[in-house]
Design a protein around this ligand. Structure first.
Ligand SMILES: *Cc1c(COP(=O)(O)O)cnc(C)c1O
Length: 222
């Protein structure tokens, strides 16, 4: 069940903090998405390619779709025509494929590089050293990837009750983000730091997030 009262309270809170809300609608029906759309929400996040393609075809075309799951290179082509921001870019190969598919459809596709900050091994993303290599490569190759724009970083903290752990992981990601905000080359300009979900978004904002990805708080448990 969509909670419109949670949505209004959250929008007000985030607006005053200057933070973008991405409503994570994975596994939720189009009716629920429309209810938030009618209340004014335009940014939605999905984790699965087939589900996203299906929903996109049924919903208004001024929605900004964020792909927040693990994206396989061979599936980029299905979302390239409409995706607004690919939040989980975790390899150079994937970025190259997004660039290739962006070129085919004549779009420059926004991307965030995913950083692995959590303790859980199951989560995807670059570590700090790998991130440094990728950023350097993008600076060296500035102009080569002319159908993507790397706009910042995304990360997920550990699923932990321990606030100290979560906070320090967010802080680590913010420090990495700050390292690269002064770079301004064709194809890469950092301005978006995507961190924070239903359970930890306030900590994330306190540590410098400017985009949160929130599902269960708005749509109920999955
Ligand atoms: C599912 C998901 C979310 C939303 O999680 P909630 O705890 O329901 O807010 C955020 N980010 C990513 C990457 C997700 O996969």
């Amino acid at each position: 069940m969509v909670s419109l009262s949670s949505f209004h309270a959250l929008s007000t809170e985030l607006r005053s903090a200057g933070v973008t809300l991405v409503a994570v609608s994975k596994m939720k029906p189009v009716e629920d998405i429309l209810a938030l759309y009618d209340a004014g929400q335009r940014d939605f996040g999905e984790n699965y390619v087939q589900e996203l393609v299906d929903k996109e075809s049924k919903l208004p075309n001024d929605i900004h779709w964020h792909f927040i799951g693990h994206l396989q290179s061979n599936k980029v082509k299905y979302i390239a025509p409409f995706v607004h921001l690919v939040q989980g870019v975790d390899s150079l190969k994937l970025l190259q494929e997004i660039n290739k598919q962006g070129k085919k459809v004549g779009r420059r596709i926004g991307c965030l590089l995913q950083v692995h900050i959590a303790r859980e091994e199951t989560k995807f993303g670059f570590d700090a050293a790998e991130l440094e290599q990728v950023v350097q490569k993008l600076v060296e190759d500035a102009g080569v990837y002319d159908h993507v724009e790397v706009q910042g970083l995304m990360g997920m903290a550990s699923l932990s009750e321990d606030e100290k752990i979560v906070r320090s992981e967010f802080r680590q990601l913010k420090d990495l983000f700050d390292r690269y905000t002064s770079i301004d080359v064709p194809g890469m300009r950092f301005r978006t730091l995507s961190m924070g979900m239903s359970g930890d978004y306030r900590l994330a904002i306190a540590e410098g997030s400017n985009l949160v990805r929130i599902g269960s708080l708005l749509f109920g448990a999955r």
